[in-house]
Design a protein around this ligand. Structure first.
Ligand SMILES: [Zn+2]
Length: 429
């Protein structure tokens, strides 16, 4: 993809001479995150060099917003019309990797969410959407890219590591450490992740969203773990794509947080986590696009254990992500949306009585509606205690009673009967 950028944030020539990285002093650039970088490499005169040019083009908030503004202009004769280019990366690989719980596979759930997200974005003319794979195969563009550029990806990755190490040793940036332990990816998987970043840089991607479902180490993996909720990993502050990512992540965070709990794992409970080591979001200063990795939930959470409830839950996680992007680009329009702020509502309940121990989509929709109305989770509980689970237990009963008190519904205490349904359907959410 040809880029018509008139300038870029920094040009760094990394020259590798017999494996030794040669640097010389240089020019100071101010990156969007106000970090000073100093690095210009020299080429040894007369020596045949294997050189890799590292070109950084970190997206600023203003640039991404200007692409959004350009996309509104539907004048088809306008050759310069841009859109916001979004790359969706379902976590892990076709048929390989990721967490598993009972019959659930994270690598397939991430595709399901990615496909929903793509659909929401594609229905909006501001966005041009790319996705790396489905459940079976890589998208042909990526298959070809990996095949034809494997050596380049490896060299670029190596040069990026060396450049970043040099910045650290020059004292220009600090190397920080992760607060949460991550699994190390096998070498080929890691290289494909770097390859996705390289592709995104070369294809002028503005925003990259990596989709994951979380798990936590525990002795018996056939029983659910004790943590729940979502978290968003963003590049640590020493990276050029850090500050832009953080701004976008915060609007997505706010949307996801309305209906979903934030992870209660120590280290993740801050919600948006600075992360220096995740390849996906630009470890070693590799990613130009605003890049975040969202752990949408823990895989063993109850809403994923029933396939029908799961599809509602996953669709809504995608929808909240889409709304979060809208909040970033167009907060005033987003705030005055007349439609419900969840894809679950309006919901057509069948009219079947719901009571204690009921489960399924109708209960999930009930929990969502009550959450929108402010009575779920019940008083004294948080969203980790009482998530939208799709199961009618103590949380739902307590909230339903509060809901019925609020709307003076009598004769149906603790169960969803006709009168309660009428009020539920009439909620203006
Ligand atoms: Zn994962």
């Amino acid at each position: 993809m040809e880029k018509s950028k008139k300038d870029f944030n920094g040009l760094i020539v990394a020259s590798i001479v017999g494996g030794v990285f040669v640097i010389a002093l240089g020019v100071f650039y101010i990156f969007p995150n106000q970090i000073l970088y100093a690095l210009v490499a020299i080429k040894g005169a007369g020596i045949q060099l294997a050189s890799v040019v590292l070109r950084h083009d970190f997206r600023s908030v203003a640039e991404i917003k200007s692409n959004y503004a350009d996309a509104i202009n539907t004048n088809s004769s306008l050759q310069t019309q841009k859109k916001v280019r979004i790359l969706i990366v379902p976590g892990h690989e076709p048929g390989y990797g990721g967490s598993e719980y009972a019959s659930l596979k994270e690598r397939d759930m991430t595709v399901e969410l990615g496909m929903y997200l793509r659909k929401f974005l594609e229905n909006d003319s501001h966005y041009e959407v790319f996705i790396t794979r489905d459940t079976e195969v890589w998208h042909p563009d990526f298959t070809m890219y990996f095949k034809n550029n494997w050596t380049d990806i490896a060299e670029w990755t190596k040069a990026s590591r060396e450049e970043f190490s040099s910045l650290v040793s020059l004292g220009s940036v600090a190397r920080t450490v992760s607060t949460v332990v991550h699994n190390n990816a096998p070498k080929s998987v890691a290289l494909r992740l770097y390859g996705i970043t390289k592709w995104a840089n070369e294809n002028a991607i503005d925003i990259t969203i990596h989709i994951h479902f979380n798990d936590n180490p525990r002795r018996n993996t056939s029983i659910a773990g004790k943590y729940s909720g979502f978290s968003i990993y963003v590049p640590a502050s020493q990276y050029g794509n850090s500050s832009t990512t953080r701004v976008i992540a915060s609007t997505i965070f706010n949307r996801l947080g309305k209906y979903n709990s934030v992870s209660n794992l120590k280290g993740e409970s801050v919600g948006i986590i600075d992360e220096p080591d995740l390849i996906a979001i630009g470890a070693n200063n590799t990613a130009d696009s605003a890049s975040m990795l969202i752990e949408y939930s823990y895989i063993y959470e109850p809403q994923f254990q029933d396939s029908q409830v799961s599809s509602l839950a996953i669709k809504d996680l995608a929808f909240q992500t889409y709304l979060g992007l809208q909040d970033f680009f167009d907060p005033s329009t987003s705030a005055t949306r007349s439609l419900p702020d969840t894809s679950i509502l309006p919901y057509e309940w069948s009219g079947t009585l719901l009571d204690y121990n009921s489960s399924g989509q109708e209960v999930y929709a009930l929990q969502t509606a009550m959450m929108g109305d402010g009575v779920y989770p019940p008083l004294g509980k948080d969203k980790n205690d009482c998530s939208r689970s799709g199961g009618f237990g103590p949380c739902t009963r307590a909230s339903l009673e509060a809901f019925q008190n609020k709307y003076k519904i009598t004769g149906e205490t603790g169960v969803v009967g006709k009168k309660t349904l009428v009020v539920l359907k009439g909620l203006d959410l």
